[in-house]
Structure formats: C-alpha cells, structure tokens
Design a protein around this ligand. Structure first.
Ligand code: FAD
Length: 277
C-alpha cells in the first residue's frame, strides 16, 4: 500500500487507481501521461513483464473515459539488456498503441542511452507518428539531436535534464541550463517541426513558450509532474493544452524519494506530513 504521504506524487499501485486519477484530471481539463514506475532492468524477464503491463495499460486507457497517453523509460523495457531487446519491446507497445489509437512518449535517461533511444524512436515514429521523445537541455549534444528530430514526425518534449552528467558533455549550473533551454525552445518553435512539449514547472519557460507560440504559431503543450504546481496546471489548462505526468505502480519508493529530495518545498511537505501523522 502506498502511504498517504507518497500519494501526492504517485497515483496508486494499480491501473484502476491511475485511471481514476486521470478521470479526475480530465474533469479539471488536464490530460494525463501515465508512467508505470520501473527502470534499470538488466534481465529480459522484468523488461518483458513491464512491456506486457504497458500493452494492457494502453488497452485500458483506450477503453476508459480519460484523455490519456503513456510514457515509457527505455531501461524499463530492455535497454539495460541490449538495444535489440529494447526496440522489440517498445515496438510491441507501439503496435498495441497503434491498434488502440493511444499516444506513446519515450522518456530520456542518462547520456549513455541517448543514441539508442533516438535511433529506436526514429525507426518507430516513421511507422506510427503518434509518438514523442524527450530531450534534455543540460546535454551539449541536444542542439544536434533537435536538428535531427525536427525533420521527423512526432512531438519533442524539452526538459532541463534530471541526470547528473559528466562535465565534458553537459552544462553545469542553473543559469547555463536555463539559457540552453530557452535557445532550444526558440529553435523548436521557429522550425515548427511538430508540437513542442514544454516539460517544465518553471514559470519563466512557460511564459517564453506562450510568447514563442504568439510569434511563430507553432503548436505546443505544457507538461508537469503530478504533485508539482497542480493549481497552475488547472489554471493553465483553461487556455492551453496541459498534461500531467502521472506515475503509478508498486515501485514507487525511489521515485517518491527523488521528488522529496530535489526541492526544499517538497522536503518540507514530507516532514510536515510525517509530523502531523
Ligand atoms: P527547475 O529548475 O527545477 O525549477 C524552476 C522553477 O520552477 C522554480 O524556481 C519554481 O518556480 C518552479 N518549480 C519547480 N519545482 C517546483 C515545485 N516543486 N513547487 C513549486 N514550484 C516549482 N528529465 C529527464 O531527464 N528525462 C525525462 O524523460 C524527463 N521527463 C519529464 C517529464 C515531465 C512532464 C517533467 C515535468 C519533467 C521531466 N523530467 C525529465 C525532469 C526534468 O528534467 C527536470 O529535472 C524537472 O522538471 C525540474 O526542472 P524544471 O524545468 O521543472 O525547473
């Protein structure tokens, strides 16, 4: 059972719980990106199990009364085994998603996975364009990756980057990453290579995207995590397309710990919840 304290960031352990959360979001005009928690598998069995769970989830989303899509971590469906296993499992998920008409996002993990993730995405998105991939502003290579991605179908989610990367291949410091984020955002809107997904809670980046949409007319959507600036999500959804990234599953502990440790506000929230329990 997920303790109440973790329920701010994780919708539940079962598909039924996450779909109920997605229904409630829909009532507020917010769409859902559902993520089954799991990552860093090095054996084929758990990767195949999670791929099968994603295929069932896709069918459930298609049947349910929700505005939902999925987001998959490469190392959850086989990239830690080898690139072939990853692409085969992701391909099976995408085949089910195509049958059911559900959009598929591919999360981006640390820099050792970027090439294999983009290669698999490129091959699969040319057969099923209702896909998107995440890229990280903190990596120096990202402008080159964007030049490749704007010529492909599908959406691009731009995030600042969650992984602590080696100094020679990444930007260090908040200001450098913010500047890169704004430059990449401008490039994506100017090139108009498909819907731009702004994966950020940063009011400055969201304002910038709204301005760039005004200047270039390129479609965009805003994506934020469950439990973070949820009032802003509902408010923004009155005027823009907003998605909430909603994790679920029994492997919630490490995800919850990351959310609590990444910001002082989240740590304070967790300590208050423990104190009042
Ligand atoms: P930050 O620089 O963390 O914060 C900027 C400002 O945002 C703050 O000053 C504050 O005003 C506001 N803010 C941020 N957090 C809070 C809060 N808890 N409460 C109130 N205000 C807050 N990373 C990856 O590496 N790969 C992925 O596939 C990936 N997918 C993601 C998908 C989504 C939908 C989102 C939202 C993020 C994803 N990330 C991913 C994480 C991302 O890389 C960042 O680590 C994370 O979003 C924090 O950066 P930020 O842009 O929100 O801004």
């Amino acid at each position: 059972m997920i303790p109440p304290i973790a329920r701010r960031f994780v919708a539940g352990e079962t598909p039924a719980e996450v779909l109920e959360h997605a229904r409630q979001l829909r009532a507020d005009g917010v769409k859902s990106i559902v993520n089954l928690l799991g990552e860093h598998y090095h054996d084929p069995e758990p990767a195949a199990e999670d791929a099968a769970a994603y295929r069932r989830l896709v069918a459930d989303i298609a049947q349910a009364d929700v505005d939902g899509c999925i987001s998959v971590k490469p190392s959850q469906v086989g990239l830690g085994v080898d690139a072939e296993t990853f692409e085969a499992n992701l391909g099976d998920i995408v085949a089910t998603a195509r049958d059911e008409g559900v959009f598929v996002w591919v999360d981006m993990e640390d820099h050792t996975t970027t090439d294999a993730t983009l290669d698999a995405f490129e091959r699969l998105v040319s057969e099923y364009p209702r896909m998107g991939v995440c890229v990280q502003a903190n990596l120096k290579r990202t402008r080159d990756d964007l030049e490749r991605l704007v010529d492909l179908p599908g959406k691009v989610r731009l995030v600042k980057g969650a992984y602590d990367e080696p100094a020679d291949i990444s930007l260090k410091g908040r200001q450098a990453v913010n500047e890169a984020y704004e430059e990449h955002l401008e490039y994506l809107f100017r090139e108009d290579g498909g819907t731009v997904a702004v994966g950020s809670h940063d009011p400055r980046m969201i304002e910038r995207a709204i301005d760039l949409h005004g200047a270039y007319g390129t479609d965009f959507e805003i994506q934020m995590l469950m439990g973070v600036r949820e009032d802003a999500q509902v408010e923004l959804a009155r005027d823009y397309e907003v998605y909430q990234y909603v994790p679920y599953g029994d492997r919630w502990l490490s995800y919850f710990s990351r959310r609590v440790m990444e910001r002082k506000e989240n740590l304070v929230f967790a300590l208050r919840a423990v104190a009042s329990a």
